[in-house]
Design a protein around this ligand. Sequence first.
Ligand code: GUN
Length: 292
Amino acid sequence: MQIIDGKAIAADIKKEIALQVEEIIATGGKRPHLAAILVGHDGGSETYVANKVRACEECGFTSTLIRYEEDVTEEELLSKVCELNADADVDGFIVQLPLPKHIDEQKVIETIDYRKDVDGFHPINAGRLAIGLPCYLSATPNGIIELLRRYNIDTKGKKCVVLGRSNIVGKPVATLMMQKQIPGDATVTVCHSHTADIEAECRAADIIIAALGQPHFVKADMVKEGAVIIDVGTTRVPDATRKSGFRLCGDVDFKNVAPKCSYITPVPGGVGPMTIVSLMKNTLLAATHKIY
Ligand code: GUN
């Protein structure tokens, strides 16, 4: 069994990006610039955005953090999105989700210029992904594919089970895994709350991508000997022994599942660090106009 070290791979990729940025600057180019909009003070969102800003520094990017209180109006937010769309210095930007209930998330996403949508959430990017055209890939699916690539994990003709059908992870990762490419070329089954026998689906899988947000959902008796396990879960569970008061818990019962696997991602240190690196990759693509 081999543990997939997302933290180490992410550090390597950030160094690769930083070298490319140095090259751009040395040849008279512009420093890539990522902007992020954060609304309110949700603990998870605060941490994610702080990590994104730190990753920008590590890659040599300029970053701008725009903050609003929870009571910001939809109009105000949409006006800032339009401002960033028109700002020639900003190569790409994100609006951290979730947004407060009074704001229409989809409306915000669709107001972002798809050419600056480095999250890959805009319907144009999601649609282009579905038909295999160049686009900004959403961060977590892209990070998962990069881990499979860097560990040379064979996906061609394999049975891949994706647990969860979210727009951010489940659907796009299922699309990428079935795409005519390597990694990809897998036979994909997407399971969700209405799947008849999820345990049987998992037992038949060569690769399981667990993205349902239920701590320790995948148990040892649901996993075939030699399977590849990718754990996307990051549920915060209370832990009085930690300074933060919580720890991150994956969707896989790692302790009991790991001995049966050929490869497995840990939580934390697996998919998580790759997610932020994927956003950095998209920002570099935006700055160098590689996609649009
Ligand atoms: N909330 C959880 N994940 C993400 C992400 O990848 N991007 C944004 N904008 N918000 C998120």
